[in-house]
Design a protein around this ligand. Structure first.
Ligand SMILES: Cc1cc2nc3c(=O)[nH]c(=O)nc-3n(C[C@H](O)[C@H](O)[C@H](O)COP(=O)(O)O)c2cc1C
Length: 407
């Protein structure tokens, strides 16, 4: 049922596995999906427009400059029509083109102009897949937020064996069923989340403050990802340089106290992710006027509110799933587990901030996701967007398995 009336835009690239797209279209039709097809110039060498239009029961789109179709801008209208865009097979060349932001044909232009989830289904020879250039492109594409299905290990059309085989139409179908089932369920049950992110600034006087190096990027990417998975998400952000996407609601705050107040206003919530690096301390007094050099004796500080603890210990407002972040420079697992217990959270995302090439100053991160039962999942160094996609998926899966009666 989860695929009923869904609109899928399939793009067929120039690979031998393009023939499998015909089977997928049949499977999607049986689930009452609407399918429209874009065929690349090379794709045409492998499957015919006639087969694709007969099976999809729609005309096939091939040209960016379509003389017969005056007055309609296909690369915009097709993207807005779709619930989801999928490229299969995604060739090495198509990955290269997308990684460069190409808009040279209809397929790449639609993707560049898209506001929808993009799923890429790669298929190529194992050496092509493993080539550094393809792997580099893969990382860029994951950083753009495109999702990958496969490739699988197996024997390929060229007779070689290894990773690069396209996922089968049945595997792709089952992936789509799960994706839409979860998303529709979360949307229909109006599941809400708050994500805190960024540093806070605790002013000593109008121009000086206590703060830290947090960029807010990891929390922001998690909020975006949760929203794409169907959760109504509010990002509560300390002062950052981020450009926020209007896909999510953002509440900007400055101090830890303001962040706590903003969180309280959003309660109750089903899920709370506390990724902000709230300053542990704040000056007891913030002077109205700039302190003169010879005026200052000592700055008295006190503890800032602990938002994670507040949520974990709240009898009335404890979210059904509470996720904390732990930035440590030593004893990462031990300290993170202690934090999880002390603050009554269900999951903690731990990162080692002593390493220079990830965490606070970087677009990259490497984290351990530790759950209440002590199970640890390592997400190796990757872009913060990719790390967010793994963390958000884990959050959604844990939430849904805890709340079985939602299904
Ligand atoms: C017989 C044949 C099979 C091919 N199969 C693949 C393939 O499976 N994967 C791939 O990445 N490229 C494959 N190629 C190369 C692509 O067709 C070529 O790079 C093309 O430009 C890709 O077009 P696209 O960017 O529209 O997908 C194949 C080429 C030929 C001649």
């Amino acid at each position: 049922m989860s695929l009923e009336n869904k609109k899928i835009l399939l793009m067929i690239g120039g690979g031998i596995s393009a023939y499998k797209s015909l089977d997928l279209i049949r499977l999607l039709q049986k689930k009452n999906c609407s399918v429209k097809v874009v065929l690349t110039k090379s794709g045409k060498k492998f499957v015919t427009s006639l087969s694709l239009s007969s099976l999809s029961k729609n005309r096939v789109f091939e040209e960016i400059f379509d003389e017969k179709n005056k007055g309609n801008i296909d690369h915009i209208s097709l993207s807005r029509w779709a619930d989801l865009i999928m490229v299969l097979p995604t060739t090495a060349n198509f990955m290269f083109r997308l990684s460069k932001g190409s808009a040279e044909d209809l397929a790449s232009t639609i993707i560049l102009a898209s506001n929808k989830e993009i799923f890429l289904v790669p298929a190529m020879n194992v050496r092509m897949w493993e080539h550094k250039a393809t792997q580099k492109n893969l990382n860029v594409l994951m950083d753009y937020g495109y999702k990958f299905i496969g490739p699988e290990d197996g024997e390929m059309a060229c007779g070689e064996y290894g990773k690069g085989k396209m996922s089968s139409p049945r595997q792709i179908l089952s992936f789509l069923v799960k994706f839409f089932k979860k998303r529709d369920l979360l949307k229909s049950k109006k599941i809400r989340a708050i994500v805190t992110t960024g540093p806070t600034k605790e002013y000593i006087d109008p121009v000086r403050y206590i703060s830290n190096e947090s960029s807010g990027k990891q929390g922001y990417e998690i909020a975006l990802e949760l929203s794409r998975l169907g959760i109504k998400t509010t990002l509560i952000s300390g002062p950052t340089k981020l450009k926020y996407d209007n896909e999510i609601k953002v509440k900007k705050v400055v101090t830890g106290k303001e962040m706590l107040e903003a969180v309280k206003r959003k309660l109750p919530t089903h899920i709370a992710v506390c990724a902000a690096a709230v300053s542990d301390f704040k000056p007891i007094y913030s002077e109205k006027n700039k302190i003169k050099k010879n005026q200052i004796k000592e700055i008295k500080i006190e503890k800032n509110p602990d938002i994670l603890s507040f949520l974990g210990k709240s009898n009335r407002f404890k979210p059904k799933l509470l996720i904390g972040f732990s930035a440590e420079t030593e004893n990462l697992i031990k300290n993170s587990k202690i934090k999880m217990q002390e603050k009554f959270c269900d999951m903690i995302v731990a990162n080692d901030v002593s390493k220079k090439d990830r965490g606070f100053h970087s677009d990259f991160n490497e984290v351990l996701i530790i759950d209440k039962n002590g199970k640890i999942e390592k997400v190796k160094k990757n872009s913060k967007k990719f790390v967010a996609s793994i963390v958000a998926k884990k959050i959604v899966d844990t939430f849904l398995s805890n709340e079985k009666n939602l299904n």
